[in-house]
Design a protein around this ligand. Structure first.
Ligand SMILES: Nc1ncnc2c1ncn2[C@@H]1O[C@H](COP(=O)(O)OP(=O)(O)O)[C@@H](O)[C@H]1O
Ligand SMILES: [Mg+2]
Length: 255
């Protein structure tokens, strides 16, 4: 197992037990992701995408298998080390926006920076830069009620981005958005990967996002069905044709 990847998982398995019945969700899944890469993990609802993200990001311990992140074997770390790792190196954009109704966009983004030990002035500067990065430079004083869904999701991305994480995880970040705003969000994530060298893992059931990704990984029944690295030219072709459909991403191999 190469630990030279920014993020890698080896033979991950996870089952949930409800009552006496155990249901296997992930069953021996392996994956290796690079710096600067936006990997889109596609799968239908219930296919284990959120479970996979939680395991890769150090939120949920797998039953079996190993996760290597930035050279650390995550599930060998102590609880405190793991919490520190997550705080310092990872950003998470959750499904739904998780914004505080009373706070303005810039305040939402500043909030977690306090935990990193930044003083108020640096936190504010970083928050403003992150909002600028997602195209909200002129809307930093709006509160959630005054924002569109797309704007709220971009604030959530800015909040994760402001930490300057090396690993950024996004769970269905476009599920509440129309296709135009969905595209803006995926393009923001892609630009973040390129600009900051971040490894971005985005999970979604929305095949229309494929055009925005460097890598398209399809999961089904707890395993990877296909894993396609998309060249820059394929990406732009697909963008030009406006066809971000799944059939443009034919599985090359069954893993
Ligand atoms: N905490 C849990 N307890 C029991 N079953 C769960 C739990 N979380 C998820 N599941 C089940 O595991 C399967 C995969 O869930 P999830 O990872 O959320 O899939 P996805 O994000 O692709 O929709 C689903 O069938 C779901 O009902
Ligand atoms: Mg999910």
């Amino acid at each position: 197992m190469a630990t030279t990847h920014a993020l890698a998982a080896d033979d991950i398995a996870k089952a949930y037990t409800t009552g006496k019945i155990g249901t296997s969700v992930l069953d021996g899944l392996s994956i290796a992701l690079e710096e600067r890469e936006l990997a889109l993990v596609l799968g239908p609802s219930g296919s284990g995408k959120s479970t996979l993200l939680a395991i890769l990001s150090g939120l949920l311990r797998p039953d079996r298998g190993r996760v290597f992140a930035l050279g650390e074997e995550l599930w060998q770390l102590s609880r405190t080390e793991l919490e520190r790792f997550r705080l310092q190196h990872t950003g998470f954009v959750f499904q739904g926006f998780n914004l505080f109704p009373a706070l303005t966009a810039v305040e939402q983004v500043m909030l977690p920076l306090g935990y990193l030990g930044l003083d108020k002035r640096s936190a504010r500067n970083r928050a403003l830069a992150a909002l600028e990065e997602v195209g909200l430079g002129s809307r930093v004083h709006l509160r959630p009620l005054e924002m569109s869904g797309g704007e709220k999701q971009r604030v959530a991305i800015a909040r994760a981005l402001a930490k300057k994480p090396q690993l950024l995880f996004a769970d269905e970040p476009t599920s509440a958005l129309d296709s135009v705003n969905g595209k803006i969000v995926i393009d923001s994530l892609h630009r973040i990967a390129r600009t900051f060298g971040t490894t971005v893992v985005c999970v979604s059931h929305d095949h229309r996002l494929a055009a925005g990704a460097d890598r398209i990984i399809t999961i089904q029944d707890g395993l990877i069905l296909s894993d396609i690295v998309q060249s820059e030219s394929a990406r732009s072709d697909r963008l030009r044709n406006g066809s971000a459909s799944a059939d443009a991403a034919q599985p090359e191999s069954a893993a």
